[in-house]
Design a protein around this ligand. Sequence first.
Ligand code: GUN
Length: 280
Amino acid sequence: MTAKIIDGKAIAQEIRADLAKHVAQLTAQGNTPGLTVVLVGDNPASKVYVRSKQRACEEAGINSTVHRLAEETTQEELLDLITQLNADSTVHGILVQLPLPGHLNEEEVINAILPEKDVDGFHPINVGKLQIGAGGFVPCTPAGILELVKRTEVPIAGQNVVVLGRSNIVGKPVATLFLQENATVTICHSRTKDVAAEARRADILIAAVGRPKLVKRDWVKPGAVVIDVGINRVNGKIVGDVDFEEVKEVAGAITPVPGGVGPMTIAMLLKATVEAAARG
Ligand code: GUN
């Protein structure tokens, strides 16, 4: 069997086209959605992500501003900027690109963002709302993964979902989202006894650990849906957490890297920004 390739790029493009229409309506009402991204320092991967986010905003008609701050920016300077952005009614979404340089306190910075502008869904208020299913902003990558799986039209309720990785940005929130969809969810991590055996039980396997080609053919149940969240640079090439060439021979459906989850993350960020503007 050869897996269906889930085309995240095409699905994200559809979502962005729909969003552009909504943005046009809001703009006609004098309420153009605005996203402000804060980038501190020179992390090369962060610079690439921020540029992609900015380009996608422009394409959809969303106002996008990027504050590029020097590596040596102080905590106080960064918090002052967040305070200004919180008070600016043209800024509907605030995103501080992570990771921050080591001398800065990420948690304090995230806590300073108004929850209603926290389009990343990282503020503890939004994290808590996600846990209890109370709305609020959901982290963009997990939201994109759920959307991708829904659009592959596989059932979720009652299925075994196995998540590899327990980060606050992907692993934990994606597990919560699939639990809310009535899946039976297992989270694996570096101390899990037999990760391959857990992975083989998955109807939907989500790999978000940041280890190139970790997931091999014999980790995957025939016909399973495999979602690869990894973005690993190996010899100048981007590879996922899944050994795509091997796993596509056994999976029912699989996301490529690049062109799978990545474009969905950006589409969900735009969606959150438009929602923030629409809420007023
Ligand atoms: N760094 C890697 N992924 C993300 C993300 O989704 N949001 C932010 N702010 N930083 C990131």
